[in-house]
Write a protein that binds this ligand. Structure first.
Ligand code: TYM
Length: 332
């Protein structure tokens, strides 16, 4: 079985619809066909300031949501990044292979650091993509299911895997990004030219999965479209409508063409009402299942402990090989 690995940050509140459609939904599907490793990336989370108690709660919340979304600990390995110390250990080696300028060209870093200003930007944020490289290479992942905004980090992973292999001999699998065209980028409902995100979206443009379903339905019904009336997929000319069609198609399994046909002659209102129903049908049981996992933290923690054990077995082996190749003296 080919191997996949991916990660998600333990954000406050809940995941948003972009996280789910762009990544987590694919994780659930891939656990059937792949040897799958998925993690909550708490080491990445502290690249910006975090309240300790909240970070811990958000880490459990993230794991609960992943299980509620359909990850099955019998079918995949679900763990918390900080439970596997090899991530930080391999990241150091990778830091020493990464050019300063190369790291500086990462667009997510540039965006985030620009927003924060250099005084508040940590070295951790600068080297964040390199930690992600270590995450992926430790598991010899063949594919990395992510949204479009992570493509550059996977490219860096390929470059560093090849650089390491070239310098020290074949050690790492060179992975590729697994990005589905339809859900590569889910857009803000109020400004369909920017991606849906916790940091950039307005509250009305952002669908948090754990929000009150009625509030979610309302946001979808007031999504920005255009002054035309035709329901047609045209990402350039009709970004708002196209975003809604993409979301709808993914959630229901109908193709965009089928949707265009069935909404011929109908207005945007009909499309929005039906999409709101589809989203509510997804989030309502999702919220309940998340709450069930949160109500039983012992079970949740034991799932994560087992996951960490399975992950460590793989990560430790890869790290040992990498340390050996680099020339570190083995500890006797
Ligand atoms: P994070 O936590 O920001 O996002 C988790 C996943 O959600 C996807 N995503 C989107 N997809 C489509 N449309 C959107 N609007 C949207 N917003 C977010 C992201 O692309 C991502 O797949 N650096 C990563 C976490 C990470 C990781 C890794 C990923 C750490 N180590 C190793 C893969 C492999 C991040 O911050 O994702």
């Amino acid at each position: 079985r080919p191997r996949v690995l991916s990660g998600i940050q333990p954000t406050a509140g809940s995941f948003h619809l972009g996280n789910y459609l762009g990544a987590v939904r694919q994780w659930v599907a891939l656990q059937e066909s792949h040897d799958a490793f998925y993690m909550v990336v708490d080491l990445h989370a502290i690249t910006i300031p975090q309240d300790p108690a909240e970070l811990r709660a958000n880490t459990r919340l993230a794991a609960a949501q992943l299980l509620a979304a359909g990850l099955d600990p019998e079918r995949c390995t679900l763990f918390v990044q900080s439970h596997v110390p090899e991530h930080a250990q391999l990241a150091w080696v990778m830091n020493c292979l990464t050019g300063f300028g190369e790291a500086g060209r990462m667009t997510q870093f540039k965006d985030k650091s620009l927003k924060q200003g250099t005084d508040r930007t940590t070295v951790g944020l600068f080297t964040y993509p390199v930690l992600q490289v270590a995450d992926i290479l430790l598991y010899q992942a063949d594919q990395v299911p992510v949204g479009e905004d992570q493509r550059q980090h996977v490219e860096l992973t390929r470059d560093l895997a090849e650089r390491f292999n070239g310098r020290f001999g074949r050690t790492f699998t060179v992975p590729s990004a697994y990005i589905l065209k339809e859900t590569a980028r889910i857009y803000d409902l109020q400004d369909p030219t920017i991606k849906m995100s916790k940091s950039a979206s307005t509250p009305k443009g952002l669908i948090n999965l754990l929000d009150e379903p009625r509030a979610t339905a309302k946001k979808i019904k007031s999504a920005v479209t255009d002054t035309d009336t035709v329901i047609r997929y045209d990402a350039e000319g009709k970004p708002g409508v196209s975003n809604l069609l993409g979301i709808y198609s993914t959630l229901t399994g109908s193709t965009v063409q089928e949707l265009e046909r069935s909404y011929e002659g109908k207005g945007y209102g009909a499309l929005k009402t039906d999409l709101a129903d589809a989203v509510v049908a997804f989030v309502t049981p999702f919220r309940e299942r998340t709450q069930q996992y949160l109500d039983d933290p012992e079970t949740l923690d034991s799932i994560l402990a087992k996951g960490a054990e399975k992950a460590r077995a793989v990560a430790a082996e890869t790290l040992a090989q990498a340390y050996d190749k680099v020339g570190f003296l083995p500890a006797k």
